[in-house]
Design a protein around this ligand. Sequence first.
Ligand code: AP5
Length: 213
Amino acid sequence: MILVFLGPPGAGKGTQAKLLSQEFGFRHISTGDMLREAVKNKTPLGLKAKEYMDRGDLVPDELVIAMVEEIILQEKDVVLDGFPRTIGQALSLKDVLKKHAKDVDKVFLFDIDDEIVVERLSGRRVCPNCGSVYHVKFSPPKKDEICDVCGTKLIQREDDKEEVIRRRLEVYRRQTAELVDFYKKENKLISLDSRKGIEDLYGDIKKAVEDDC
Ligand code: AP5
């Protein structure tokens, strides 16, 4: 099954994708995580992507598509978190999958207000070692600022500063929101109320996934 998690930054896509992959064995493919890894390792892709990411802009389609398409084809059940993010990416994904007699099965739209996004992202803390994600208020680590899983000191992402968050929201509206109509026309869209708490929201996603199994 190929699932797409679509929605503004901070809507909870990554949090829910991790839960789904833990319980059902989906491969969680986050283009944001892959790009941050490339930046950390100073690969040629990372060196090109960094300036876009720091500003809160999208990395050019051709770079992202080249990075992700091979991996998608290797897996049976995947959850795509943050990809596709433009019509160009969606069309390219469709083309590649079609060549292998596949298609996207469901698209979950994470619906949320800007002010909740700002609160969630400005309080987000991440582990630079294992990638675990926390929130100072909604999902705090057991020990202040320390990762529960590996004991590393948590950090704040560079693009989680308020002015960059607002820029990312603007970029979402300008370049990504049109995917809502794209997938609505394909009859694949399921809207989620992402204001709900982590567990309730997961319950909604799980039900939709189980209904289809
Ligand atoms: P990416 O890493 O994909 O960032 P994003 O889409 O902006 O998504 P986030 O990771 O910020 O949010 P999320 O929805 O996953 O929320 P989370 O679960 O962490 O992309 C970063 C950059 O990379 C982009 O700006 C772009 O430059 C580039 N990029 C990536 N993909 C690209 C592509 N396809 N094309 C071009 N460029 C690309 O939750 C947020 C916080 O809220 C956490 O602290 C969490 O604990 C908390 N939380 C989660 N759910 C809840 C809840 N239900 N209630 C309360 N708190 C919650």
